[in-house]
Structure formats: C-alpha cells, structure tokens
Design a protein around this ligand. Structure first.
Ligand code: N01
Length: 542
C-alpha cells in the first residue's frame, strides 16, 4: 500500500512488536500485508503449519466454497486478481488453499508468520501499554497492538457422546481433517450432522464407502450448486469487469455482487409468479433464495412460500416418500445457513445409504463397534463428525484474554459477546477483531468483510499515529448502543426463532444471543467509514 505512511516505531530491540496478529487465514494474511504497508513490525502467530485458515483445516471430501470462486477472493491487489486462474465455478478446498499459498508467496508473507504456534493467552499490561501474548509452547511475545484474525468457524465441536473413547474405529471431524488421504473404500461409515459440511461430504463418501449411515438431527435446506468448470473466456470476462463487480459486492447486503436485490414482497405477486421466481433462484445454483423477496426473513407466511417450494424440490429428488418426509426441513428457510450441494438428496436413493432420524431414535452411546441407537447397534468402521463449530466466539474465548485490571474476556462476554462494531470491545485496549461478533461476517462473503475490517483497522492505527496517541479503546456507551442496535435489528427477523449457531444454540450452555449483524455489508461499511471520517466518535484515544 504505497499510500500508507510509516507508523512503526524503531524496529523492536527488546522483542516488543508493533503488532501481533493471531491466525494466518485470509484475515491474518491481509492484516500482515497492510501492517507492512504502514511500516509496522508485525508478526502472525498461526497454530497450523501453513496459511489458509478454514481452507487449511477443512480437507473433508467434497469441501468447496458456496460463493463463486471469482467473488470469494481478495480484491485489494489488481495484479493478483488478474493473474489467478479459478478453474471451477465453486472452487474446491484444495484450489482455495493453493490460492492462499500463492498469496503468501507472492507477497512474501511467510517470513513474518510463526507456524505451529498456538496462542493460549493475551494479557494487557496497562502501565506498559502493551499486550503479553502467550503461546502453548510457553513463549511470551509482546506487542502494542493485537489483531485476532482467528476466524468465525474455527473452534471445531465434537459432541460428547458416551462411549466415544471405546469406539475402535476412526473418528474424524470435518474441520480437523487429516492431511494424508483418507480412504473409506470397503468401509461402513457413519456421518453425524447434516449442515453445510455434512451435506457436502455425504454424497462423496457414499460413492466410496461400502455403506454409509447418516445420523440426522435437524434437516436443513439445500439447493443444487450446479457446479461446473469455469471456462477461461468466462473468467476473463469477469476479470475485465472486476472493478465494477467488486464495488457492487462491497455495497451489497451479502458482499456478493451476483446476488439479486429484492424489491418486492412475496405477496406482491401471485403464486405462479412467486414459484417462477423461486425456480429462477433454484436454477441459479446459489444460496440466495432467501433474498428472492424483501420479506422472507421477516414474515413467516412469506417465508413459508419459499420453504414450501424447496420442500417440494426435496420430495421430487428422493424416491422413497417416507425418507423424503424425514429429510424435509421444518424451520423457516434461511434462518439457518442454506446449503449448496452436489447430489445430496439423490444420495438417499442409493442402496448403500441409510438415514437415521435422531429425533426418533437418538444416539444412546458409541460402542467399540459402532453407534447404538434405540434398540439397535449399528456397526461402523469410521465415524465422521460434521457437527460444526463453537461459532464466532469459540476461538476467542478458548484463549485466556485479559484486558484492563485483569478483566477476563470470558467474564465480560458471559451473557454474550459485546463489541463496538464487531471490531473492538470495551476494557480491552488496542485489541482488534477481524469479522468479530456484531459485524456482518458470517452472513456475507467473508473475504469482502475481512478486507473492510482490515482496512478500517489500518486507518485507525494511522489515526492513532496522527494524534500522537498509543492507545485506543471503545467507550462503554458506544458499545452498548451498538449492541442494542445489533439486537434490535435481529429481533425484527425470523432468525431469532431457529436454533442456529448464529444464536449459539448448537453449544450447550452458550448464551442465546444473535451474534452477526443483519444490517448488511454495504450499510455497515458506510457506517464504519462515517465513523472514521467523523474522527472516531465512540472510541477513546490516549
Ligand atoms: O456445521 P453446522 P457445519 N448429535 O453447525 C449436527 C460454513 N461452511 O460444519 O442442527 C447429532 O452447520 C447439527 O444438528 P442441529 C457455513 O457457514 C460453509 O456443517 O444442531 N447431530 C447439524 O446438522 C456453515 O453454516 C461451507 O440439530 C449434531 C450439524 O451437526 C458453517 O460453516 C461448507 C450434534 C452441524 O452443522 C458450519 O457448517 C462447510 C449432536 N450432538 C461449512 N451436534 C461452504 O462454503 C451437532 N449436530 C459450502
């Protein structure tokens, strides 16, 4: 970033960095790049042994992004976005990981990333105005500022099932998949969980395994991805239009340029027209059906029209009507993440696939040979947990983070996360979150949000410099107002009725608070920009 002025103090002589960044996913990598542009001495601490974050860990069969590849990518560097060649409409995990590695190499990022370094604590020393960051290996690093680029879906959750230690077969979590190839050939495999990860993995595992048993607790809505190779000419056309496409994405609600903007209520048109519109969305192979009309996320009746449309599609895909009924989702569509699949429902037409409805026959325990449900022992060689994450706060609260006067983040967020704009939290000076709770993050194309957050943090660091200040912290009043605003917007939606990970409902004991900001990527960005332009009201500098 040539326009950035140097912010760095003298190069660290006693091991005090200007900036420590936790995590080398897309957020951490871009933060490092921007920090260098500011002239900062910045280091990234990363638990894995390579860059890529989510795409480093999620190597499960069928893993791919559900946002089109040319949109799910960095926009900050014109040469980068012109030179990288995406080969599929929806990029598979391995290609996205290669892209992350390419970015790391292209910008020489690795020299400032410490791999195999898991951060376990961060304590603020108010007198010295610095953070002491502790690693699992027992090292302590010091920095003036810390950026948590730890991801919203990085703390994998394996449910505590009785007997898990007794099972003699292999147990794998989709988000902690081994690096070496895993073969299920000739095996009896159980998959627990039917969210985005399970729905992607199930068709691929079914084709390889001798038998597949899917353990479903809550059926979700999934639409066909219609994934296909991305011809070079089509990609070149996108690239010619990149400035306009990126601008549309930044100003849009979901951070995706290709999503249509609804203008009408579902009841402004008759049933035939509604279904025609849903059909268009369904055929588009996108998750955007919840954006077909303005009121699908606020009016239960309107929502039901879209949900019924997708339920009919599910019925039409599954040969056994009884099985189809078990696969039908009942919650309002799009209040839990809509999935994109490649042959998910059709997989249940295979002879080697069985669906167990855990609402009727819950798991009693794991046995040495498999899973026991009511009245039956199901023999398995491997169990795949597609059971999701302690989302948005899990990775942050796994660390012992302490701010002013030893205040623990776990204590400050006991009743749910509280942030100013999802970027900082009161009582924790000079600590930033990228895509933190209270920002659009998981309701969007997250790379768009990552770039916006990182750019905003970079701007704030520059403002610190120009004010001759060393410390910045949100005020409690501004934070309370933001939390109230986030909650008020969410309360008007149907999101509040679903037991989703957006609400922490998947983690026993987690406070039921809607964590992301539903106000949209574009409006949120304008608000953040305005706050910066107005000299950061709601933030205290010292
Ligand atoms: O996790 P999930 P995920 N016993 O939480 C079930 C992103 N993502 O890894 O709904 C039995 O969605 C649970 O059931 P229930 C995307 O944002 C994106 O699939 O809690 N079942 C549910 O069915 C996504 O939303 C992509 O009743 C148990 C499943 O496990 C997010 O990551 C791909 C259980 C968990 O679903 C998380 O997706 C993958 C138990 N004890 C992920 N505990 C793409 O871009 C949980 N479940 C395509």
């Amino acid at each position: 970033m040539s326009a950035d002025v140097s912010l760095g103090a003298a190069r660290p002589s006693v091991g005090v960095h200007d900036l420590l960044i936790v995590g080398a996913g897309f957020a951490g990598m871009y933060m490092l790049h921007r920090a260098r542009g500011l002239g900062l001495d910045a280091t990234v601490l990363e638990a894995g042994d390579d860059v890529g974050g989510t795409w480093y860990w999620n190597r499960y069969p069928g893993a791919r992004c559900d946002i089109e590849s040319f949109e799910y990518s960095y926009a900050f560097d014109e040469a980068l976005q012109q030179e990288w060649v995406w080969t599929e409409r929806y990029a598979p995990q391995a290609e996205i990981l290669r892209y992350a590695q390419h970015v790391a190499d292209r910008f020489g990022l690795r020299r400032d990333i410490r791999f195999r370094t898991r951060v376990v604590s961060a304590h603020y020393d108010a007198a010295a105005q610095r953070w002491n960051v502790g690693t699992e290996a027992g090292d302590t690093l010091q920095a003036r500022w810390v950026v948590m680029a730890t991801g919203c879906l990085s703390a994998a959750r394996v449910p505590e099932l009785p007997g898990a230690a007794d099972f003699r077969g292999r147990q794998l979590h989709t988000g902690r998949w081994p690096h070496e190839p895993v073969s299920f050939a000739g095996q009896r495999v159980g998959v627990i969980g039917t969210g985005s990860s399970g729905i992607q993995a199930i068709p691929v595992i079914a084709r390889e395994a001798a038998q597949l048993v899917v353990f479903q607790r809550t059926p979700g809505y999934s639409l066909p991805a219609f994934n296909r190779p991305l011809p070079r000419e089509a990609l070149d056309e996108v690239k010619r239009d990149y400035p306009a496409l990126r601008k549309r994405a930044r100003e849009s609600m979901a951070g995706v340029a290709g999503y249509p903007v609804p203008t009408r209520s579902a009841f402004d048109v008759d049933e035939a027209e509604r279904d025609r519109i849903y059909e268009t969305h369904w055929r588009a192979g996108r998750t955007s059906i919840g954006r077909s009309f303005t009121d699908l996320l606020t009016d239960a009746e309107a929502n039901r029209t879209a949900a019924d449309f997708v339920r009919a599609k599910i019925r039409a895909s599954v040969a056994d009507p009884g099985l189809a009924e078990t696969l039908l989702p009942r919650h309002a569509i799009a209040t839990k993440r809509v999935c994109l699949d490649s042959g998910y429902y059709e997989t249940y037409n295979r002879d080697n696939v069985r669906l167990v409805d855990l609402r009727r026959t819950p798991i009693e325990r794991l046995t040495p040979d498999g899973i026991r449900i009511a009245g039956e022992d199901i023999a398995l060689d491997a169990i795949v947990y597609a059971t999701g994450y302690d989302a948005m706060t899990g990775a942050l609260l796994a660390m012992d983070i302490r701010g002013r006067d030893g205040l623990a983040l776990r204590e400050a967020w006991q009743a749910g996360p509280r942030t100013q704009l999802g970027l900082m939290t009161a009582g924790f000076p000079n600590l930033f979150f990228v895509t933190g709770p209270g920002s659009p993050s998981v309701l969007s194309n997250v790379i768009v949000c990552i770039e916006q957050h990182v750019d905003w943090i970079a701007g704030l660091l520059r403002a610190l410099r120009s004010r001759g200040a060393g410390v910045v912290e949100p005020t409690l009043e501004a934070q309370d107002a933001w939390v109230a605003h986030v909650n008020a917007l969410a309360a008007r939606t149907l999101y509040m009725d679903a037991d989703s990970w957006y609400l922490g409902a998947n983690v026993p004991g987690k406070p039921r608070v809607f964590m992301p900001y539903v106000g949209g990527v574009g409006p949120y960005r304008r608000l953040c920009d305005q706050i910066a332009a107005d000299g950061y009201p709601g933030f205290r500098f010292s």
